[in-house]
Design a protein around this ligand. Structure first.
Ligand code: DHB
Ligand code: FE
Length: 280
């Protein structure tokens, strides 16, 4: 049986990949941020997962504003990395697992989550940056990757509560897969940020820390906020944090906190890292 070993929250901003490709990890601006990933990498090395399900939002690469599904899943055996113009270095293609993805899609749809299934999918920084933070891409990525896209870009968006419920359905989907696979789930994006408009640059440290606490111990709190409340507190792009609830919903009710780190700012955002482990 497939089982979920744990979940990770992480930023996905393109500046991280730029810093890595320019070897800036030890520079004063970046050091504390990257140091926050050392325990994550150590945990991943220990649990040695087979598959990472990456919950992220596409930023206009694979889906544009003319057509954008609320929930979509990659159902391919390979994903090409591309990005919509941040100048990221091209990394190795990602190996997928179409059979596993189709199982997830079917199970989610049977649980009333109408996933869009993508047999071809380009992945952008929302997917690439989290993978690159965790593993080296050469000679090949050590895990298979499954893109799980949530629309956080074009309104109307789904709700925080619906993301938590989608995570709970995802857990059932994974756990009903008959093959032995160790699965880790990434909730990416956030934290507070707004990239345009009058409030561009807003960061709300108190709200970010409340979100992290909620993800650990009380996901119902974040799930109970409306999108308007989240955007008021966290900025227009801060709404990305609802994707963390998909990851959290896929874990057990009580989780072990392996690692917790918050750093501000990276680019225009607060960056929160959590490693949450399923106790059994
Ligand atoms: C930044 C944040 C994002 O969520 C994104 O998708 C692109 C850039 C930033 O703060 O630089
Ligand atoms: Fe983003």
């Amino acid at each position: 049986m497939a089982r979920i070993v744990g979940g990770i929250t992480t930023s996905h901003i393109p500046a991280i990949a730029m810093a890595m490709s320019n070897g800036l990890e030890k520079e004063p601006y970046w050091k504390r941020f990257f140091d926050g990933y050392e325990p994550v990498k150590a945990w991943l090395e220990k649990v040695d997962p087979d598959i990472a399900i990456v919950v992220y939002n596409d930023h206009g690469l694979n889906f544009f504003l003319d057509k954008i599904p609320t929930f979509a899943i990659g159902c391919a055996n390979q994903y090409e990395n591309a990005d919509e113009g941040w100048g990221l270095q091209t990394l190795a293609s990602f190996e997928g697992d179409a059979e596993f993805s189709w199982h997830l899609a079917e199970s989610m749809i049977n649980q009333d989550f109408d996933m869009t299934t993508c047999q071809e999918m380009l992945v952008d920084h929302g997917f690439i940056v989290p993978m690159a933070l965790m593993w080296r891409h050469l000679p090949k990525w050590p895990v298979k990757g499954i893109p799980f896209a949530v629309n956080t870009v074009q309104h109307p968006l789904t709700s925080a509560r619906r993301c938590l419920a989608a995570g709970r359905a995802l857990r059932k989907a994974v756990e009903s897969y008959p093959e032995d696979q160790k699965v880790v789930i990434f909730g990416t994006g956030g934290m507070s940020h707004q990239l345009q408009g009058e409030r561009a640059g807003i960061i709300n440290v108190d709200f970010d820390l409340q979100c992290m606490e909620s993800i650990i111990n009380n996901p119902e709190w974040l799930a109970g906020l409306s999108n308007t409340e989240i955007i008021e507190k966290a900025g227009t792009e801060g709404i990305e944090v609802i994707m963390w609830l998909v990851m959290r919903g896929a874990l057990q009710e009580k989780v072990n906190v392996v690692h917790k780190h918050y750093h501000v700012p990276v680019s225009n955002t607060g960056a929160g890292v959590l490693v949450l482990e399923n106790p059994d």
